[in-house]
Design a protein around this ligand. Structure first.
Ligand SMILES: Cc1ncc(COP(=O)(O)O)c(C=O)c1O
Length: 296
C-alpha cells in the first residue's frame, strides 16, 4: 500500500542519501560514524557520510563528482579555527547548487556570535539551511534550524520531539536575542574581544613561544593552537597550560568563547594567568622535561 499523500517525500533531495561533512556536527550516527569514534554506528550509515577538508574546493568537487546526484546535503561549520580563503564559502555554495544538493551551515557556535545574523551575515554567504544553538539561548538548552521555505516545509513530514522539550529555553532565547539586538558593542575587528587576541599574541611572542603556539579564529571565538615542541608534545603543553590556568581560577580547554558578560577584569585575569603559564611552558620546552612540572 503506498504511504498517505502527506508522507510522500517531495523536493529536490528525493532519493539522495549521502552527506558531505566538514567540521564537528554532534554525536548522532550520521555524523559520528564519519569519525574515528564510530563504535555502535551501523556500517550502512557510516558509508553514507563523507568528510571533506576545509578551504579546499577541488577536494569538494572531487567528492561530489565521485557520487553524481547522490549527495542530499553538504554541511560545514562556515569557520572555526581557520578563516575561509577569499571566495571559499561562495565557491562551496556554487558547487553545492551545481550538484543539486542542499547547503547547510552549522552555526551552532557562530550563530549570534560572529554577528546577530551569524557567520552567514558576517561573510555575506547565505546557505539553504542553517543550524543554531548555544549562544541563542545563552546556555539554556535550545537549538534551531532555519532556512529556505520550500525545504523547511518538508519538516511537516519529519517527526521530531524529545522528553526535555521545555518552553523555559524559548523564554531564555527571547530575552537573549532582545539583549543582543540592543547591544552595539562590537564583536569583530577593533572590539574588546580582539584586544584579548592581540594581548595573547603579544605574550606568546614575549615568552618566545611563537614557534609552537599561536592564536587564531574570529575575535568572538579564538583558539590557542599548539604544536609539538622538541621534548614537549602538544598534549604535554596543553596539560601544563590547563594545570596552570586552573590553579589561577580559569577553566580552560584552549579556546576563548567570549560573551558580553566578560568584563575587562576577566580578560586581565586570563592574561595574568597566561603570563605565568607561558613562562612555565617555556621552561618545560627548554628543559625537555615537562612532566617534572606537572602538579600530580
Ligand atoms: C558546530 C557544532 N555543531 C554541532 C554541535 C552539536 O550540538 P548538540 O550536542 O546539541 O547536538 C556542536 C557542539 O559542540 C558544535 O559545536
Amino acid at each position: 500500500m503506498p504511504p498517505p499523500a502527506q508522507f510522500v517525500f517531495r523536493g529536490p533531495i528525493q532519493r539522495r542519501d549521502r552527506v558531505a561533512v566538514c567540521g564537528y556536527h554532534g554525536w548522532q550516527d550520521w555524523y559520528i560514524g564519519s569519525t574515528a569514534r564510530w563504535r555502535g554506528v551501523p556500517e550502512a550509515v557510516r558509508n553514507l557520510t563523507h568528510t571533506f577538508p576545509y578551504n579546499d574546493l577541488d577536494a569538494r568537487e572531487t567528492l561530489l563528482q565521485q557520487y553524481p546526484a547522490e549527495f542530499a546535503a553538504v554541511i560545514l561549520e562556515p569557520m572555526n579555527v581557520i578563516e575561509p580563503a577569499p571566495g571559499y564559502l561562495a565557491g562551496v555554495k556554487d558547487l553545492t547548487q551545481r550538484h543539486g544538493a542542499v547547503l547547510i551551515f552549522d552555526e551552532t557556535v557562530t550563530g549570534f556570535r560572529y554577528a546577530n545574523g551569524g557567520a552567514q551575515e558576517f561573510f555575506g554567504v547565505t546557505p539553504d539551511l542553517a543550524t543554531f544553538g548555544k549562544g541563542m539561548a545563552n546556555g539554556y538548552p535550545l537549538s534551531a534550524i532555519a532556512g529556505r521555505g520550500d525545504i523547511m516545509k518538508l519538516m511537516e513530514e519529519i517527526f521530531f520531539l524529545h522528553v526535555w522539550w521545555r518552553d523555559l529555553s524559548l523564554a531564555a532565547a527571547l530575552a537573549t536575542l532582545e539583549k543582543l539586538l540592543a547591544r552595539t558593542r562590537g564583536r569583530g575587528r577593533g572590539s574588546q574581544w580582539e584586544t584579548l587576541r592581540l594581548a595573547v599574541e603579544g605574550q606568546i611572542e614575549q615568552h618566545q613561544l611563537s614557534e609552537w603556539l599561536g592564536v587564531s579564529g574570529h575575535p568572538s571565538w579564538t583558539f590557542l593552537t599548539l604544536k609539538d615542541a622538541p621534548g614537549c608534545t602538544t598534549l604535554e603543553s596543553k596539560t601544563l597550560l590547563m594545570q596552570e590556568l586552573l590553579l589561577r581560577g580559569v577553566l580552560w580547554i584552549g579556546s576563548h568563547n567570549m560573551s558580553y558578560a566578560h568584563a575587562q577584569e576577566d580578560i586581565d585575569q586570563l592574561t595574568a594567568a597566561y603570563d605565568a603559564a607561558f613562562s612555565l611552558l617555556r621552561q618545560a620546552i627548554e628543559s625537555g622535561r615537562p612532566q617534572a612540572l606537572f602538579a600530580l
